[in-house]
Design a protein around this ligand. Sequence first.
Ligand SMILES: [Zn+2]
Length: 48
Amino acid sequence: MKTRLTCPCGTTVTGADEDELVARTQEHLAQEHPGMEYDREQILFIAT
Ligand SMILES: [Zn+2]
């Protein structure tokens, strides 16, 4: 299961599971990178 993702800005986003990781990544994007949107599939593709 993927629970960690490093954003291109250097921020590491982690979640307890994939659902949380996706939610927290979308939250980070909304706050730090307005206009950048990724769907679940794209987020999990770059997650580790
Ligand atoms: Zn970022």
